[in-house]
Design a binder for this molecule. Structure first.
Ligand SMILES: [Cu+2]
Length: 437
């Protein structure tokens, strides 16, 4: 099962960040206006999808999420044309042209096994049919799964769309005694389960009424019994006494995101960094935030007080601020073992052949590498693709059998200035925009 990979010797060009700009107070920095005529993206789906492939859900608070889904033989679930329409917006606001997994890379600590689950270990073909109880309150859709060997198709009842309680969407004490503004939210959930060897991965997308998108993969199923032999200090005993050592390993999961905020492919990328300077003689420290336009391809590293956002090329909210989505990485254990896992986020210029962060299948040309790190080579970003890498170092524990409790890893896409206020603001508070009463 160990996937063979062609390793590219091609060096990643040094990527320079362009000049920084100061941020003033709470002012939303207007990003550089993207001029560029946009070429059509090859993975841009048809303008609409048939009813069977449409997901539309209106949530508490009046927000409607719409998207099309399809299923790729390696990447599994793909969400296309994901749009967000909060109450008060005349039409849907497009967010993503396309979103899907970009790879699940699983290297074992003893160096004896290393898998690319999507392109080397059958992730897509391992779509699981769901039991009726696995999609509470929702609908299980039928997915046609193509066998990559003989192109035969199988119907699998394997896609769940449902809603789930969120808890508080917000809470604020009112002016009058006992008065509380609060809302109990409901999220849209879309998920599949894919089995790869002994593992089962739940690929989950969660959409909130206030525009937040959460992408997570939960690993469950079983530990691989073939690996219960790690008596070399690279595992953890899960049997009685010093027996049945499960080899430790990493799950390095990549997502591939093709943004099209406001329906315009492309947009610009910005990096923000804040630095805190201690005050003199015990005075309160001060913090300064700078914005760095990311104009060229970038292999980015997460850092305290650093974040990135993708800014709409065309759209502004009703406050006149450019719409954007911020990438909010979740907890990660970055794996330094491979060039492609050494960075937390990659922004690459769109190329149709670049579909998987490692062990990419399509031919990108004789000089092109097979992994995302090799695609960062100084090109100007006109149609940026964002790759998010979240790692989990799995040191097994007794509780991992049997079955293994789901362990989650992922990130969020947080709206930043997509609407002028919280889209769930109650009418009585609608005047509280930029000032208090
Ligand atoms: Cu694991």
């Amino acid at each position: 099962m160990h996937a063979n990979r062609i390793r590219s010797a091609r060096k990643r060009a040094v990527v320079a960040l362009a000049a920084t700009a100061l941020l003033g107070g709470a002012t939303a920095a207007a990003g550089p206006v993207a001029a560029a005529p946009r070429t059509a993206k090859a993975d841009t789906p048809a303008p609409d999808c048939s009813a069977a492939y449409r997901i539309e859900q209106t949530l508490t608070g009046g927000t409607t999420w719409r998207m099309c889904w399809r299923y790729e033989s390696e990447a599994g679930l793909v969400l296309d044309r994901v749009s967000y329409q909060p109450k008060g917006e005349a039409k849907p606001i497009m967010v993503l042209t396309s979103a899907k997994l970009g790879q699940i890379h699983v290297p074992y600590d003893d160096g004896k096994a290393e898998y690319d689950d999507l392109t080397g270990a059958g992730f897509g073909g391992g779509l699981q049919g769901m039991a009726p109880g696995e999609c509470p309150g929702g609908t299980i859709k039928t997915v046609k799964v193509t066998n990559t060997w003989d192109q035969s198709q199988t119907d699998v009842n394997g896609l769940c769309t449902t809603t789930r309680a969120r808890g508080h969407a917000y809470r604020m004490a009112g002016e009058n005694p006992g008065q509380v503004w609060q809302e109990q939210g409901k999220d849209l959930l879309v998920y599949t389960v894919n089995k790869v060897g002994w593992y089962e991965y739940i690929t989950e997308w969660r959409f909130q009424a206030d525009g937040l998108i959460s992408a997570n993969v939960g690993a469950t199923g079983s530990l691989s019994p073939a690996d219960y032999d790690a008596g070399d200090g690279r595992g953890w005993p899960i049997g009685q006494g010093a027996k049945a050592y499960a080899t430790s390993h990493s799950h390095n999961i990549f997502w591939r995101l093709n943004f099209a905020l406001d329906g315009t492919p492309g947009g610009t990328v910005e990096q923000y960094d804040s630095t805190t300077t201690p005050g003199k003689d015990g005075a309160t420290p001060t913090t300064r935030t700078v914005r760095t336009p990311v104009t060229k391809e970038l292999a980015g590293d997460a850092k305290d007080m650093r974040w990135w956002r993708v800014v709409s090329a065309t759209g502004k909210n009703k406050d006149g601020h450019a719409r954007s989505y911020e990438i909010v990485p979740g907890a990660t254990a970055k794996y330094s073992g491979r060039p492609y896992t050494r960075h937390d986020v990659y922004f690459t210029e769109y190329k149709a052949c670049e579909q998987f962060a490692t062990n990419n299948l399509r031919n990108c040309g004789p000089d092109a590498g097979k992994s995302v790190d090799t695609w960062v080579n100084g090109e100007t970003l006109k149609n940026p693709i964002a790759w998010v890498n979240i790692g989990f170092h799995h040191v097994a524990r007794d509780e991992d059998q049997q079955p293994m409790p789901v362990h989650w890893q992922g990130f969020q896409l947080m709206p930043r200035d997509v609407t002028a206020m919280n889209p769930l603001t109650p009418a009585a508070l609608a005047g509280q925009n930029g000032h208090s009463q």
